[in-house]
Structure formats: structure tokens, C-alpha cells
Design a protein around this ligand. Structure first.
Ligand code: ZN
Length: 469
């Protein structure tokens, strides 16, 4: 009998919770977490017009149902109580947040182990995107992605990275997973430049370099020219003296559009996009090949808003409006997705690079780490990585700020998959912040999404006018 009474009470409480008050906490995702920061934010939603509090402090419900609240933390264990009351019925949730004492981080850095004196350490790249970096760390600058079968000589090892034995304006490091197990040789096989060839088609100018075997190269825009260096290919400088590397400069009239360098066996092919001929000044997007990428998709949801609206869906709506109005202007639009499908980052880059596309735009909206304040961080920012995309990034950012009345967070040089390519001209737009309440509400409005698309399209037209000058 007693058991039955308890069971009835249990069902009664359960029933009330479902019917009267609920709390859906979106972040933090777990109710026991450890952090390193002085605050954490809580975002989520509750029953409409409920009295909602966190640690007995009343919390504003945006749109009458969602909350975004920053909670200060003491060192050690913090018990955080979320409470929602509606029609006299309450639901509570308890979160335990452990704030760590900041440790000084004692990690031992591995030592550089040089190769033996007189030893020649030979290896070859074994991956189609073997990244060469400026330091022995995956956080360091990417200098170039080499294809398979590029011959490299090494001067030593630090941790999991090998140092490449070449002289240049930077050091060159490569992770061991990108290369064959190095072997000792008695002698370096010196690469030679055999011949060069220039040709053009209706989109690009090409310069081919035939080398005796594929070598490390770098390519970099320096103002109005692009500098290509073939390492280890001995040549003569202007004074007739022998220098260790071969340097080639592509002098280009401003502005520099997309350019790229790829190996086809032992031919290194440089190509540079030309401004399309016959651009209609009254309709400058007509016939232009533009890639529109809606960020995330499928099981990759991107940032999650307080009412569980996904960034991937907002990105998609904006991208689809943009695709539609660009097509109306006669642009030849290529896209990564127009539905909620999963597309890998590498596949997105591949589509952008392999379809003779002039401009690539990736659409995203920003998230924030738990330690940040979603009321402080808001606004728009446009990311670029290469100099040739800076002007476009600036134009898009300025128009978004003015047309949509967003805070100006500037343009940012960021190494992302969708900004790293030099061809096409590539930018990534973070329209606004998913976790800022005002912007989260706006981002879900059709009119706002459409106006973002109109603003980006206007930016593309202005960019083309500037190229035509
Ligand atoms: Zn994103």
C-alpha cells in the first residue's frame, strides 16, 4: 500500500513537471563540468512567461521563453540552481561547475634532435595535402600544402615534426604523418629547372616549370606581384652569383584575382585568373562564376541557439536567398548545399577550387566559448586569409554593418579551410552571433536573412566595379 502511495505521488510530480514548467538547458550541455574561467553562460528555454531564476536571481526571458545568462564563479565547486515557476508549479535543475585554479602549465617541450653530421636524410611526401608549417606545431602558420611524391631533405626532428633542410625567409617543418620514414643517403640529388612554358586559355594565364623532380615551393603575394620560390634549385642572381633557390616573380596589374600552383608529376603549374572579358557594367555579376557555401549541415549543426535553432539552418536560409538573387542577376552560381545535407570541409574546398570559380563566399554565424559573455560579443565580421581577398572582405563587412545595423568587428585574417585557398578569391562571413539574444531573434527573421543576401549581392557588384576601374 505504501509503495502504491509513493508511486502515485511520483507520477503526480512527473505529471506536473511536464504540464506546467520545464527547463531546457542548451548550454552547458552537461550538468557537471569543469572550467578554467571566472564565468560561464547558461542558455536555454523554459515555459512561456514563467518566473525564471538562476541562483535565486530573476533572469530575463527573451521572446518570453528563452534565457541567456552569465553566472560568475568562485574557485572550486559552484552549485548553480535554475528554477522555473509557472502557475505555482516549479521545476529546478542543479548544475555543478568546478572552476579550476589556474595552473602554470608545466609541460616539457621536446628537444630538437639534429641529423648526424654529413648524413643526408631523404624522404617523400605521401599525402595529397602534406602541410608544411613555419614551426613544429599544428598551430603554426601553414606555408604550403604539397602533393604526394615531393622530395624533401631533412635536418632533424622535434617531437612529431621534421625540419626541412632548406634556406628561406622562414623555417619549414612537416609532421611525420605526411612523409615516408626518412632514410639516410650518401648524397643529395640536386634538383634542376629544365624548362619553362607560358600559355593562356579563356580564364587563366599559366606558367609551367619543369623540374627534374618535385621540390618544396612557396608562393606568396607581395603587393602587386606574386613570388614563387623553388627550394634547392640553384640559380644565379642579378650579379651572377650562385644562390640556393630559384625565385620567379609574376608582375600583375592590380587587383590580383585567384591564383594557384599545382604539381602534375614534375611540372609545377602556376595559374592566375584573368578578369573575365565583356563584363556588362550595368550588370557586373552576369556570367560570373560564384561559389556559395552554407556552413555546416546534416549532423554538423554548428552553433546551437537558446531555443535549439541550429546555425546550419540559418546559414542555409541566408545562402539560399543569396543563391536566388545572384541567379536573378545572371551569375553562374555553384554551391555546396541547398538542403540540410552533410558536406565535408575538404569537399567544399574541392568544389570551390575545381570549377573555375572566381569568388567563394562561405556563410556562417558565430558561436562563443562557455567563458565568454554573449551580451558583450555581437556583430559582424568577415574573414579572409590571402591578400587577394582583403578588398572583398572589407566591402562585404562594411555593407553588412551599414545595411543591417550590426556592430563592426572588422575583417580578420583567419586560416580556415574556406579562406585558405588563393583561388578562388575566398572569404567567410560571420553574419552575427547565435548566442546574443537580439541577434538570435533577428537571425531567425526572413526579412533579416533576405537583407543579408541583398547586402552581400550589392557587395559583389561593388567589388566588380572596383576591379573594372
Ligand atoms: Zn559556423
Amino acid at each position: 500500500m505504501r509503495v502504491k502511495i509513493f508511486f502515485t505521488i511520483f507520477l503526480f510530480i512527473l505529471g506536473f513537471n511536464i504540464a506546467f514548467a520545464h527547463i531546457d538547458v542548451v548550454q552547458p550541455a552537461k550538468n557537471q563540468i569543469t572550467v578554467n574561467s571566472s564565468t560561464v553562460y547558461f542558455i536555454g528555454n523554459t515555459t512561456e512567461n514563467a518566473d525564471f531564476s538562476i541562483n535565486s536571481e530573476p533572469v530575463k526571458l527573451w521572446n518570453n521563453n528563452f534565457f541567456v545568462h552569465v553566472v560568475p564563479l568562485q574557485y572550486g565547486k559552484n552549485k548553480i540552481k535554475l528554477k522555473s515557476v509557472k502557475n505555482g508549479q516549479a521545476e529546478e535543475k542543479i548544475y555543478i561547475v568546478n572552476r579550476k585554479k589556474t595552473s602554470s602549465g608545466h609541460y616539457t617541450e621536446s628537444k630538437f634532435i639534429p641529423k648526424k653530421e654529413n648524413e643526408v636524410l631523404y624522404t617523400k611526401t605521401i599525402r595529397p595535402d602534406a602541410t608544411v608549417r613555419s614551426k613544429p606545431s599544428t598551430h603554426s602558420q601553414r606555408l604550403v600544402d604539397l602533393p604526394e611524391n615531393v622530395v624533401l631533405y631533412l635536418s632533424g626532428k622535434k617531437g612529431d615534426f621534421y625540419k626541412i633542410d632548406e634556406t628561406g625567409s622562414s623555417e619549414f617543418w612537416i609532421h611525420k604523418s605526411n612523409i615516408e620514414e626518412p632514410v639516410s643517403l650518401s648524397k643529395k640529388i640536386k634538383p634542376r629547372l629544365l624548362k619553362q612554358k607560358h600559355y593562356s586559355d579563356n580564364m587563366y594565364d599559366y606558367q609551367q616549370f619543369y623540374v627534374s623532380h618535385p621540390v618544396l615551393y612557396t608562393i606568396k603575394q607581395e603587393g602587386n606581384r606574386i613570388k614563387l620560390v623553388l627550394y634547392g634549385v640553384e640559380s644565379k642572381n642579378e650579379e651572377g652569383n650562385s644562390v640556393p633557390n630559384y625565385e620567379y616573380y609574376f608582375e600583375i596589374e592590380n587587383p590580383i584575382l585567384g591564383y594557384d600552383c599545382t604539381y602534375e608529376e614534375n611540372k609545377l603549374i602556376f595559374k592566375k585568373a584573368r578578369l573575365p572579358e565583356n563584363i556588362d557594367i550595368n550588370n557586373p555579376l552576369k556570367g560570373l562564376k560564384i561559389f556559395i557555401d552554407a556552413g555546416h549541415g546534416g549532423s554538423d549543426k554548428g552553433a546551437l541557439g537558446p531555443t535549439r535553432v541550429n546555425e546550419k539552418d540559418i546559414n542555409l536560409s541566408i545562402a539560399n536567398y543569396l543563391i536566388e538573387i545572384l541567379k536573378q542577376s545572371g551569375a553562374d552560381v555553384v554551391y555546396s548545399r541547398i538542403k540540410d545535407t552533410q558536406v565535408g570541409l575538404k569537399d567544399r574546398v574541392k568544389i570551390a577550387k575545381n570549377n573555375d570559380i572566381l569568388i567563394s563566399i562561405s556563410i556562417h554565424n558565430n558561436s562563443l566559448p562557455l567563458s565568454a559573455n554573449p551580451y558583450v560579443h555581437h556583430g559582424t565580421e568577415v574573414h579572409y586569409y590571402n591578400e587577394n581577398a582583403k578588398l572583398l572582405a572589407e566591402i562585404i563587412k562594411n555593407n553588412l554593418v551599414n545595411d543591417l545595423n550590426l556592430k563592426d568587428n572588422g575583417i580578420r585574417k583567419s586560416s580556415f579551410a574556406l579562406t585558405r585557398s588563393t583561388n578562388p578569391v575566398s572569404v567567410l562571413v560571420e553574419v552575427a552571433y547565435m548566442l546574443n539574444p537580439d541577434e538570435y531573434i533577428k537571425l531567425q527573421q526572413d526579412s533579416f536573412q533576405k537583407n543579408v543576401a541583398i547586402s552581400v549581392k550589392k557587395s559583389l557588384e561593388q567589388y566588380m566595379y572596383m576591379l573594372l576601374k
